[in-house]
Design a protein around this ligand. Sequence first.
Ligand code: AMP
Ligand code: MG
Length: 415
Amino acid sequence: MDSGDSLLSVAEARARLLEHFHPLPTETIPLSECAGRVLAAEATAGADVPPFANSSMDGYAVRAAEARAGATLPVSADIPAGRGAPGPLAAGTAARIMTGAPLPPGADAVIPVEETDDSRRHAGGPAPKEVMFRQAARPGANVRPAGQDIRAGQVVLSAGRLITPAAVGVLASLGLAQVSVHRRPRVALFSTGDELREAGAALEPGTIHDTNSHSLAAAAGQLGAQAHRLAIAPDQLEAVRERLREARDTGADVIVSSAGVSVGAYDVVKAAVELDGRLSFWRVRMRPGKPLAFGQVHGVPYFGLPGNPVSALLTFEVFVRPALLKLAGRRDTGRVELEAVLSEELESDGRESYLRVVIRREAGAYTAYPAGDQGSAVLSTLVRANGLLILPAGVMRAQAGERHRVWLLEGAELA
Ligand code: AMP
Ligand code: MG
């Protein structure tokens, strides 16, 4: 790991630190627990889904050529779902068939019951002796062929993807009871600062409640990581050192602290980390965001995030999030991105800026309205925002009407 100061772009800093993260080992878990996890090996279909041609309607299986409009055919069979393989359809006859029931050999279409003179819709009734068709059927009508959804041998889900509800359903339809996934990342988090008090504690003059260990734990949890919050560390070298040891003892894959990493007289975190590890201070051309501290302590990757609550969450978003997703085994670590039209002029300072915006859909395009005060201690505007508008490095002023990249924030709704 390099040491010393360097001026890095956001992309360079992210690429450098991501080199230190690799997908965690895999484990096999029950299908019922795999939602939200990351698939470790591609899922290949062992058989067709559905495994047999079946009816997509309640109706009558026929040979399409025999079932002209107005024709009456004798009913030779009754085929419910789930009762085994039916025999072949006798020539010149129809078979009553239910949705999901296997098509009898010889049949090539299903005519819905609504298109027949069969008015006995009540459950459990016997099939009629004969049936008249009001409509003809094209071959293949209302038939779901074997393998319509998934073909045997097909790769259905790639390794490294999030297991969404639909993916859980696909794994279930393949008949898998166990799923190989990556272990969830474990993150140990703590806040530093003499002025911080735990939630619920009364505030003496000059103190504030700890925001960051809670917001960062929530951000980690939202990614599927297991967050372990440790107690606040005061601005004392040995206290921070002790907290770093505790963090290691949780078995963390990543340690994250906030505050105490700038140039203040009581900023002891840097020294504490260097006693038991190594640290790189990177000046990243990012706003908000002070220098990003990254390194390792007790052999565990370590992030020192800025103390201001917005800076802490946004540096987590830009640097820690992709690292955790990479550990989790995800191939794609990016955000859903769209382009939005800026509603008003904005000033910047040449650093790559992440601005809190409210995105609204207007006249077929997305418009980005600044969510309010962009100060790095003003968390309420991050709550109000549903997106982060990214002004590229080098831009000093963005004009109303310009189009810019926007990341949609998780859980946010379009206004
Ligand atoms: P520092 O990085 O220690 O200079 O802190 C920068 C600013 O963030 C100061 O105003 C701190 O009081 C504030 N701050 C640091 N940590 C937290 C925290 N966990 N919760 C809320 N504010 C914090
Ligand atoms: Mg401080």
